[in-house]
Design a protein around this ligand. Structure first.
Ligand code: CU
Length: 141
């Protein structure tokens, strides 16, 4: 009996330490921003679960294109112009955003996705989405 209880306690601790919800999806995301891309570029979360997104600007100091933001939008967009137009039409498409971040800066966003579907994260600094600063978040219901 005592052995069984001990094993259960260990299993629970491991799940919490990995930052996963009951469905096996993560509850945390570490994103690094480089000068023309994010790493990682896609992740899947469970609907209705609080997610902690830790964003770090890992771009080399002094490089061109080194100031970035991290903006999460409902839907998928091909171009910067598409993003701007969508937000003008429906500001509610903006899920979360950091301020502009210099190299070395870190910010944490706490997001709970209330609708299943595909979301996009982009850098909204002009020309950065086109340069490749985009990624997707899939939310499963
Ligand atoms: Cu950028």
């Amino acid at each position: 009996m005592h052995v069984t209880r001990g094993l259960l306690a260990v299993v629970v601790l491991v799940v919490v330490a990995c930052g996963e919800d009951g469905s096996g999806h993560p509850t945390e995301l570490d994103v690094s921003m480089f000068n023309t891309y994010f790493e990682p570029t896609d992740e899947t979360f469970q609907i209705g679960v609080p997610i902690e997104i830790m964003v770090t600007n890992a771009a080399p100091e002094g490089a061109q294109l080194s100031v970035h933001d991290f903006t999460v939008l409902a839907g998928l967009y091909e171009t910067e112009a598409d993003v701007q137009q969508a937000l003008r039409n429906d500001p509610g498409l903006l899920v979360a955003t950091t301020e502009l971040m210099a190299p070395g800066d870190s910010k944490t966003l706490n997001v709970t996705f209330e609708q299943a579907g595909v979301y996009q994260f982009v850098c909204t600094v002009p020309d950065h989405l086109g340069a490749g600063m985009t990624g997707t978040i899939t939310v499963q219901g």
